[in-house]
Every structure is written in C-alpha cells, then in structure tokens.
Design a protein around this ligand. Structure first.
Ligand code: NAD
Length: 308
C-alpha cells in the first residue's frame, strides 16, 4: 500500500515540498489549502510531471480535509511568510490561529499521523500543534535545524572549496535570531571546521548562517525562502517513511534535556517511523550551553504570549 502524506498550505514551501515528495516517489501526496482551485491546479501540474520524472506517486489538491484521511505524515506549512524588515516572531498571532485550525482539522482525519510543523515562528508553532493535537511528544516536531545546518554546510563548502557532501553541521536552539550554530560539531570529512579555518572565517560563517533566511527575504522582497526549506522538510518525511533512525537537528519537546523543560527547541534527535525516537544530549561547553539557554528563553517569551 502506498504511503500517504498531507501537506497543509499549498504556497511556496508546501507546493515545492509536494513536488519533491512526488518526484522522489516517496508517497502519495494530498496538497490542501484554503484558497479554492489553487491546490487543485498545482496538484495537477505536479502530477503531470510524473511521466517525465518517472514517478508513480499520485498527488491531488483539495480544500476538503476529508481527502487527507488516514495520512501517515501531515506537514503544516500554512501561514503567512515574512517580508523584508519582519522577524519570524512578527508572524506569531496570525500563524497561531492558522496552525491551530490546520492542526485540529488534520488530526481529526489522521489521528495516527506524525505531525511535522514548518510554519513560523517555528518553535512556538510546534508548541501550538502539540497542545492542540493532544498527540504524544514524539509524534509532533518541527523543521528548522536541517535548513539552518544546510545553510551552514553550504557556506562551509563554499569557503573551503569542498563538496557539500563532505560537510556536516549542527545548528541548535530556536529558529530565530538566537539560533546556535555549533562550529565544534561542524565538520568537513569528520574534521571540525575550527581546525580548518581561522576564527574570523568561522565567525563569518556562523553569522551568515544565523542571517541566512533574512538574506533571502531581502532579495525576494515578497516572501521567504522555500527551495531549501522544502528539501529539508522532505528529508524529515523520508526519515519517517523509511524508518531510517536518522540523527538530525529537529525541533523537539524537551522535558529536562539540556536543562530545558516544557518547551520546543531545536536539538539533535533520531528520527524514524514513530517520529522522534531519541534525543541526543550531546556535550556542550559553558558558552554553548548558555547560548542554547538564551535561545530557549526567547522561545519561551513567544510561547508565553500565546498563553497555551
Ligand atoms: N521552519 C522553517 O525553517 C521555515 C522555512 C521557510 C518558511 N517557513 C514558514 O512556512 C510558512 C509558509 O511559507 P510559504 O513561503 O510557503 O508561504 P506562502 O504564503 O507561499 O504559503 C502559505 C500558504 O498557506 C495558506 N493558508 C493560509 N491559511 C491557511 C489555512 N487556514 N489553511 C490552509 N492553508 C492556509 C495560504 O493560502 C498559502 O497558500 C511561513 O510561516 C514561513 O515563515 C518556515
């Protein structure tokens, strides 16, 4: 039987994600949005690429949650994206209402699904989806760290002139200005970049990574990044559907890990069919730990505004 993935929100991230999942023949995909006709049109367009792409995955677009019933994975990308001058946090109240509504509808029709949140502000929206779904914590998590790490990997590869495939990076913490890129755990062929680059180059990579989303928003002016975000989300869906036990930075609900309690924050986690299988509590230096705590405090401030 084919696996079924629902993508809520057929905008830039959602539609591109649907395209990637179908092109990779990972699952049958249902693309749902509130705008009438738009997901249907995009769905048909993606479907008509399948003969050329050599994929037998099916995709439909819809405005009716009944079509999403029995999904193995539901990804929430619905909501507004930021424009130049806006931080992700400026999206809080609008996206809270949207993510709440989407979660309620999605879990009603797919009570056993794994729920992956993409809408921003990411960490707070994970908290909303967790609360509203009533799901256990391992079945609700968010995508941000893979994207932030992919940006860091890109900059490392460009700086050292090596294959991106040789690079590995870990960016933890909230998906905002306080994110925590970890150069000590970021490597080229297993060698930490701190041994390969002078401190000022490492600092420049860290800063460009933290500013990675804003750099693109400033160019686009009308929206935010979606190619790398959709690739990063597809990696999570792949890890779940193939039960890969893959260690990736994921936004997870913490209950004491890294000294953080009752909050969604980005940490290294192992992903498989059940969702989050295990959180990898890696050793941090004093300053890394302090940066993670500061990032968690920024997430908590946002979550407190929502009074969940
Ligand atoms: N976590 C990350 O790393 C990351 C990366 C990129 C974007 N994002 C976030 O993802 C979200 C989507 O970004 P985008 O570029 O695709 O935006 P977009 O504006 O292109 O698409 C959003 C879509 O959501 C739909 N929508 C709004 N309310 C809805 C509802 N109640 N039900 C169903 N659909 C609804 C809209 O009609 C629109 O098609 C934004 O919040 C953005 O900030 C997160």
């Amino acid at each position: 039987m084919n696996r079924k993935v629902t993508v809520v929100g057929a905008g830039n991230v959602g539609a591109t994600l649907a395209q990637r999942l179908v092109d990779q023949e990972l699952a049958d995909v249902v693309l749902i949005d509130i705008v009438e006709g738009m997901p249907q049109g995009k769905g048909l367009d993606i479907m008509q690429a399948t003969p050329v792409e050599g994929s037998d995955s099916r995709v439909i677009g819809t405005n009716d949650y009944r079509d999403t019933a029995g999904s193995d994975v539901v990804v929430i990308t619905a909501g507004i994206a930021r424009k130049p001058g806006m931080s992700r946090d400026d999206l809080l109240n609008t996206n809270y209402k949207i993510v709440k509504e989407c979660t309620e509808n999605a879990v009603k029709h797919s009570p056993s699904c794994v729920l992956i949140v993409v809408s921003n502000p990411l960490d707070a929206m994970c908290q909303v989806a967790y609360k509203v779904s009533g799901f256990p914590k391992h079945r609700v998590f968010g995508m941000a760290g893979i994207l932030d790490s992919a940006r860091m990997r890109t900059f490392i590869a460009l700086e050292l002139g090596v294959s991106v495939e040789n690079t590995h990076a870990f960016v933890l913490g909230g998906h905002g200005d306080t994110m925590v890129p970890l150069p000590r755990y970021s490597t080229v062929a297993g060698i930490p970049i701190t041994e390969l680059l002078p401190p000022e180059k490492v600092d420049a990579i860290v800063k460009r990574t933290a500013n990675g989303g804003a750099e693109i928003v400033a160019f686009l002016k009308t929206g935010s990044a979606y190619y790398a975000p959709s690739s990063s989300t597809a990696e999570m869906v792949d890890a779940v559907l193939k039960d890969k036990h893959k260690v990736l930075p994921c936004c997870c609900y913490l209950e004491g890990e890294f000294g953080i309690k009752g909050l969604y924050v980005g940490v290294p986690a192992q992903l498989g069919a059940k969702g989050i299988e295990r959180i990898w509590e890696i050793k941090l230096t004093e300053s890394e730990r302090a940066a993670l705590q500061k990032s968690a405090a920024a997430v908590k401030e946002l979550v407190d505004v929502l009074k969940l």
